[in-house]
Design a protein around this ligand. Structure first.
Ligand SMILES: Cc1cc2nc3c(=O)[nH]c(=O)nc-3n(C[C@H](O)[C@H](O)[C@H](O)COP(=O)(O)OP(=O)(O)OC[C@H]3O[C@@H](n4cnc5c(N)ncnc54)[C@H](O)[C@@H]3O)c2cc1C
Length: 447
């Protein structure tokens, strides 16, 4: 492809201690924990609200904050969890560890938390470039409706889910070595365009569904020609309000969430495919006869893109051994949940078996080491959330939102401490970091 060089002088609109890219659970937690340490923070979020997949992405529910014995997402996760019940941001019964999401009240919870903590933020504000000097990032180039502008900062946290900041901090040609993407053949887990449905008669659904489930109904519907793609894995439709269904239905196979051309194709297909799922629910179950699609998500649901390579790469062995680390910043316990990259019965069955096998008993958990937040080759950057340093199996466990609160709050706290002490990320006193995290409620039994 032809190339042209591009350079501009841009306004330095903010000078802060900590710049955070991405306002999903990891970015929110990072921004809050750094601001509450007295640091100046700028948070850039590309979409129109905070919350990432939970709000703009229309996810129906949070995966477990705890397992009944331990509350793993202690700290900011706990605060969000409690506020969801206080502010009606969930339709779940009190005490549920997997609260369903009412996206609008949850957006306000995040607006209020960030405003109260003094974080400066921009919505509809994308990180589009990164300036570096040696192994330090010096400025984030952002884009909003006013055009391009810069934010200079002492430290940077990547909460984009896709590792944009870390990937773009490399010199041209160097970026590939900063991350891994997909399986051995580069295939990534499929995404899902989540959706919101009205006029679901949940009482009728529950009263009539005995003996019917997707394991039996889906193959039947596939055989009847309802679906274009014979996808045997259906995460499901969940009650998110009176008469409302939150749909995590259908898969976007082959989507690359770091390429807008691929995303465009996937979004068009995702919207189209929901007509097939509407037919499925209406014809194969009771209670969905009047269902109506209210909205598809503003943010496509992307399960996997870049996994940034850090000083430690969490791996399946760590899951199996319930690993503990001297430098752990939290612990978590969700199963290995790899969605098969292709809709073949063999691959989907393998993924199902692993999901059922690779899981813990209540009370069991694995540690999340500080080193997995430290992108190789960068001294003032931390990565948190879905794209931190892990293999595919571990990523499929720790990508869920309660875990993103855990890694995000640790990244933000460490960035704040690096600013305070004038140290590089690797020289942050981990004992002190653990003490401060514990003081804010983090689950750190062994540290
Ligand atoms: C379809 C699907 C279903 C899932 N189901 C569940 C579930 O039921 N429960 C659960 O707990 N987890 C679930 N997950 C996992 C979870 O939602 C995500 O992995 C998690 O939200 C990741 O958090 P994050 O903070 O890393 O990124 P995200 O939540 O993706 O947030 C990243 C934010 O950064 C913004 N952003 C990205 N790039 C830029 C940029 N360059 N500049 C500025 N802003 C940027 C995005 O707009 C977004 O708001 C699901 C994921 C998917 C895709």
């Amino acid at each position: 492809m032809p190339k042209l060089s591009f350079s501009r002088e841009v306004e330095v609109r903010h000078r802060v201690d900590v710049f955070v890219a991405g306002g999903g659970p990891s970015g929110i937690a990072a921004a809050l924990s750094a601001a509450r340490q007295g640091r100046s923070v700028f948070l850039a979020e590309g979409s129109a609200c905070f919350g990432g997949m939970a709000t703009a992405g229309l996810l129906p529910l949070f995966m477990p904050f705890g397992d009944g014995l331990n509350f793993y997402a202690g700290g900011i996760g706990r605060e969000v969890y409690d506020l969801m019940y206080e502010r009606g941001a969930t339709y779940s019964s009190p005490g549920s560890m997997t609260p369903t999401i009412r996206a609008e009240p949850l957006k306000r919870v995040y607006d209020d938390l960030l405003s109260a903590s003094g974080v400066s933020f921009g919505l509809m504000t994308n990180l589009v470039g990164v300036e570096t000097a040696g192994s330090r990032v010096t400025a984030a180039i952002c884009f909003g409706k006013s055009g391009l502008f810069a934010v200079e900062a002492t430290t940077f946290v990547d909460g984009t889910g896709d590792g944009d900041l870390c990937a773009w901090a490399g010199a041209p040609g160097d970026a590939e070595r900063r991350y891994e993407k997909g399986d051995e053949q580069g295939r990534m887990m499929p995404g899902t365009l989540c959706s919101l449905w009205a006029q679901v008669d949940w009482r009728k659904v529950w009263a009539t569904r005995q003996g019917k489930d997707d394991e039996t109904m889906l193959p039947q519907a596939i055989a009847d020609g309802v679906f274009t793609i014979p996808d045997l894995h259906l995460p499901g439709m969940f009650p998110v309000g009176e008469g409302l269904g939150g749909g995590n239905v259908g898969h976007l196979f082959g989507v690359d969430g770091t390429d807008e051309r691929s995303l465009t194709e996937a979004l068009v297909w995702g919207r189209k495919s929901l007509a097939e799922y509407e037919r499925y629910y209406k014809e194969y179950y009771e209670g969905f006869e009047q269902m109506e699609l209210v909205s598809t998500a503003a943010l496509p649901g992307i399960r996997e893109t870049r996994r940034i390579l850090g000083d430690y790469v969490l791996c399946l062995d760590d899951f199996n051994s319930r690993a503990s680390f001297e430098d752990e910043i939290g612990r978590y316990s969700y199963p290995v949940d790899i969605h098969a990259a292709a809709a073949t019965p063999e691959e989907q069955e393998q993924a199902r078996e692993e999901f059922l096998k690779l899981r813990y008993q209540p009370g069991e958990s694995y540690g999340l080491p500080y080193r997995s937040l430290l992108p190789r080759g960068l001294d003032n950057v931390w990565v948190a959330g879905r794209c931190l340093s892990a293999d595919r199996a571990m990523q499929s466990s720790l990508r869920v939102m309660p875990a993103c609160f855990i890694t995000g709050q640790a990244a933000g706290m460490a960035a704040a401490m690096a600013v305070e002490t004038g140290r590089a990320s690797r020289a942050v006193d981990v004992g002190e970091l653990q003490a401060r995290l514990r003081a804010m409620g983090a689950y750190l039994p062994g540290a």
